[in-house]
Ligand binder design. Structure first.
Ligand SMILES: Cc1cc2nc3c(=O)[nH]c(=O)nc-3n(C[C@H](O)[C@H](O)[C@H](O)COP(=O)(O)OP(=O)(O)OC[C@H]3O[C@@H](n4cnc5c(N)ncnc54)[C@H](O)[C@@H]3O)c2cc1C
Ligand code: SF4
Ligand code: SF4
Ligand code: SF4
Length: 365
């Protein structure tokens, strides 16, 4: 017979599974959910669904009987293992203070060769062109990217691109969350694809790596991802407030052709015309609450990271971090999809500044 105190201690040692309710308590309620869709995609009985919450875009809810399998919890980018642990698993070490944008092999300024890509791309079209090369050569059978919904202008949705035309439709930056994991789920569960490309923000890349390397990783999904491309990211925004309220109050959304953030400004174009051109601080209040916790600017865990800072206008900055990433980059050059010029990342350049600023948050924790 245990004494009262010992009984209490034994009870507290009872293993409590990390289930969907834990995600709600630890991630969703404190405003840390990035809306990535990993929990929705991996739930074996399919009982995690997205629900629209006014002003907050989609959030996951439980809509059926939970089997207590813990899958949703451990793929979430906002639970353990954290970035540092994953970095050590991927690269065999952690990046030092002298490597604020992570461990990498080489950096390039990249431009797509084909005009049809440049016309629709955000910057130099590197992301679309590298994926197009992968699809064309059979190195990838599909790519999980961000398309836009037909019924809501510029509202991102997960899109499984199976052709180069699909990639062209999904090119360009959307400044709100695309739950890209739903497309990975479709690739694996719907199409049984074995070789999938994945594009996402740094937090989404972290979830892919958890699927591949985490002790509770959903390898069924993770192992199919053969190329992970991460986008540089200072912050992301709520569609409901940034796009549907702010941008829609200044422009006809159906005429908007492009969004970008450059040189501290948030710009929206409709053809040749800049219909919104404001300092980034004017739209700060529409940033997602989860981004406050973020310390990764340059998608430090990706095979390839892409952004625009430190490259000339019309070119993408591409950081190649892994052998897999290098094979894709070199192949895309060889097959005439991209032009790549080596890029010397300056210690006083914008990439280092932005990455260090975000990393500083981590050190301040
Ligand atoms: C929220 C956000 C913030 C960003 N902030 C910065 C920044 O501060 N500095 C910087 O240099 N670069 C930033 N970028 C990256 C930049 O906007 C371009 O995506 C990058 O330069 C690649 O350009 P590209 O022409 O090679 O890509 P493209 O060839 O145009 O391809 C872009 C790819 O990204 C996918 N995509 C677009 N939007 C999203 C999304 N919301 N979620 C997931 N996938 C998406 C598209 O489906 C497409 O596959 C940001 C991107 C996002 C999504
Ligand atoms: S069944 Fe598994 S994945 Fe689905 S909600 Fe429950 S713990 Fe999460
Ligand atoms: S897995 Fe993604 S969508 Fe689900 S709770 Fe975590 S951050 Fe939110
Ligand atoms: S700032 Fe961080 S948390 Fe926010 S969307 Fe970008 S990568 Fe994700």
């Amino acid at each position: 017979m245990l004494s009262g105190g010992a009984e209490k201690a034994a009870v507290s040692k009872v293993y409590r599974p990390k289930i969907f309710a834990s995600l709600i308590t630890e991630v969703v309620k404190p405003g840390k959910c990035v809306g990535c869709g990993a929990c929705v995609a991996v739930c074996p009985p399919g009982v995690v669904k997205f629900k629209e919450v006014p002003g907050k875009d989609e959030q996951p809810i439980l809509a059926g009987k939970c089997l207590l399998c813990e899958f949703c919890y451990y793929q979430c980018p906002m639970t353990a293992p954290e970035e540092k642990e994953l970095e050590a698993m991927i690269f065999g070490r952690n990046s030092s203070e002298m490597e604020p944008f992570g461990i990498f092999m080489k950096a390039y300024s990249v431009k797509a060769v084909k005009d049809e890509i440049l016309k629709v791309a955000s910057d130099g079209g590197a992301v679309t062109a590298i994926l197009a090369y992968g699809l064309s050569e059979g190195l990838l059978q599909g790519a999980a990217v961000a398309g836009v919904r037909k019924d809501m202008p510029w509202k991102p949705e997960a899109k499984l691109a199976l052709t180069v035309e699909d990639l062209l439709e999904a090119a360009g930056t959307k400044y709100s969350v695309a739950p890209v994991f739903l497309a990975l789920g479709e690739a694996v569960d719907g199409y049984s694809l074995e070789k999938v490309g994945f594009v996402g923000t740094p937090c989404q890349v972290r979830a892919v790596r958890k699927m591949q390397y985490g002790a509770h990783g959903a390898i069924k999904y993770g192992n199919r991802v053969k190329l992970t491309i991460g986008l540089f990211c200072s912050e992301n925004f709520y569609y409901d407030t940034l796009i549907k309220e702010f941008v829609a109050s200044k422009a006809d959304l159906s005429k908007v052709t492009k969004f970008y953030i450059r040189a501290g400004k948030f710009v929206v174009e409709a053809g040749e015309e800049k219909v919104v051109d404001v300092k980034i601080k004017e739209v700060k209040s529409y940033a997602r609450s989860n981004c406050e916790y973020c310390t990764d600017f340059a998608a430090n865990l990706a095979d390839i990271s892409a952004g625009n800072v430190d490259s000339p206008k019309g070119w993408s900055t591409v950081i190649v971090r892994t052998e897999a990433g290098m094979k894709f980059l070199e192949g895309a050059v060889e097959k005439g999809w991209i032009e790549a010029k080596p890029l010397d990342i300056k210690p006083d350049g914008i990439l280092v500044k932005l990455a260090s600023r975000k990393r500083g948050k981590e050190e301040a924790k």
